[in-house]
Design a protein. Structure first.
Length: 189
């Protein structure tokens, strides 16, 4: 048979990315087989998720900073697939993680755990670092339990200062939300 190109013959089929055969080959090639393969793949994806949470937080911060007053809550936060409380925690976790006291690679993979770390007073955070508590595999429940034990035996004045600081942050958040709602109401009049 001749190897010359036949102009009247159709070209050989080309597999495109959306082709079911290509997808089946990719799945077969990347499907974990052993327990350690599953752990490795899940860990890789979890690491990507942490980066995504921090990037979502950064985008929320930029949206809040750059959009006209009142527009963030009305046009962005109201349309998100999660609550305003989650949006707040994502923003605060990202704000604290970027250039914060703990390198990003040592932070836990959960935005809610990072957020809880951000609420620790500097002396408590320093103690957590010295004790090796802050690490990528830190679980939220572990941090809560450590903090409960730590504060349980802490000086009552330190505990009061921490509570006061938490209340001040919450008041600032509420005042900001009130300002945004007032601006929206004024725009609607």
């Amino acid at each position: 048979m001749s190897r010359r190109l036949k102009l009247d013959a159709p070209p050989p089929p080309v597999l495109i990315e959306g082709d079911a055969r290509v997808q089946a080959l990719q799945i077969a090639r990347s499907e974990p087989q052993k327990p350690e393969d599953y752990v490795s793949e899940i860990s890789r994806l979890w690491s990507r998720a942490q980066g995504a949470f921090l990037e979502i937080g950064r985008l929320l911060i930029r949206a809040k900073d750059r959009l006209p007053h009142g527009m963030y809550v009305a046009a962005v936060e109201a349309e998100l697939p999660f609550s305003s409380r989650t949006a707040y925690q994502l923003r605060e976790a990202a704000r604290w993680a970027v250039g914060g006291p703990v390198p990003v690679e040592r932070l836990p993979g959960s935005y809610s755990t990072i957020y809880l770390l951000s609420t620790l007073e500097p002396p408590i955070l320093e103690a957590a670092q010295k004790e090796g508590l802050i690490r990528p595999e830190l679980k939220r429940a572990e941090l809560i339990e450590w903090r409960r034990k730590r504060i349980g035996g802490a000086d009552p004045m330190i505990e009061k200062r921490e509570r006061l600081e938490r209340l001040r942050r919450e008041r600032a958040r509420i005042e900001e939300e009130m300002r945004q709602l007032e601006a929206e109401l004024q725009q609607g009049e």
